[in-house]
Structures are given as C-alpha cells and as structure tokens.
Design a protein around this ligand. Structure first.
Ligand code: 5GP
Ligand code: ZN
Length: 114
C-alpha cells in the first residue's frame, strides 16, 4: 500500500524505533506512548483492520501474538502482566488503517477503557 503510514515504516521510508522483526511481522515503539511500554506489532502484509482477517491470513494473528509474547518476555512484563489492544474502525478508535496490536505495559491498567 503506497500511502499507508505503517507500510512506509515496513519499507523504512519513515523512521521508527524497531524492536523486533521476522518474515511476517514488525514491532516498533509507538510515537506517542500511553504507558511506559507501548509497542505496536503489525503484519507486513497490509490488512486494514481485524475486518480483513480471512481463512487465508488469520495465521498472522498468531504470528503477532507470538512476537508480542517474545517482546513482553524480553522486557520483563510477564510477571506483572500487560494489555493487548486492537482498535477497529471509527467506533473502535482506530486512527491508522493498517492492522496493529498495541502491547501496553509497565504500569497498572484501568478498566473499563475509555
Ligand atoms: P490506533 O488509534 O489506530 O489504534 O493507534 C494508532 C497508533 O499509532 C497510536 O497509538 C499512535 O500514537 C501511533 N502512531 C501514529 N503515527 C505514528 C508514527 O508515525 N510512528 C509511530 N511509531 N507510531 C505512530
Ligand atoms: Zn499498510
């Protein structure tokens, strides 16, 4: 996707603090962190949101989860826990139209979310 912000990060056309990468996913620090740890995990294939999951690409969700687990283990978050967030669409609060998993941690989260 030519004009997609996160596709540009994947292609290194826009700088980002990349923390992990493999064949299918990329993880980088959120530019405006909402917690001491705030990392975005994205599939390298452009999916607009969770609405784009299909039988053919649903394995990417597992890949994103496994990358997040590796990062949270590495950063010592697992003992205390953390939060995963995926916003979808207007009502879900999605601002960037390339599917991303937020990994938030390093402080106690509140519930319910806003
Ligand atoms: P959403 O609201 O779509 O779930 O989350 C989008 C996230 O992307 C926000 O937390 C926002 O701070 C982050 N973000 C927006 N633009 C950039 C950028 O250029 N670089 C990085 N690293 N994060 C971004
Ligand atoms: Zn994209």
């Amino acid at each position: 996707m030519k004009d997609c912000l996160f596709c540009k990060i994947i292609r290194r056309e826009i700088p980002a603090k990349i923390v992990d990468e493999n064949e299918s996913c990329l993880a980088f620090k959120d530019i405006d962190p909402k917690a001491p740890v705030h990392i975005l995990i994205i599939p390298k294939e452009h999916l607009g949101s969770t609405l784009d999951f299909s039988d053919e690409n649903i394995s990417l969700l597992a890949e994103m989860g496994l990358m997040s687990n590796s990062i949270s283990r590495e950063l010592g978050l697992n003992a205390g826990g953390y939060r995963w967030v995926i916003n979808t669409g207007k009502d879900g609060g999605q601002a960037v139209d390339h599917l991303h998993l937020h990994l938030l941690g390093g402080r106690k989260m509140t519930w319910p979310p806003g």
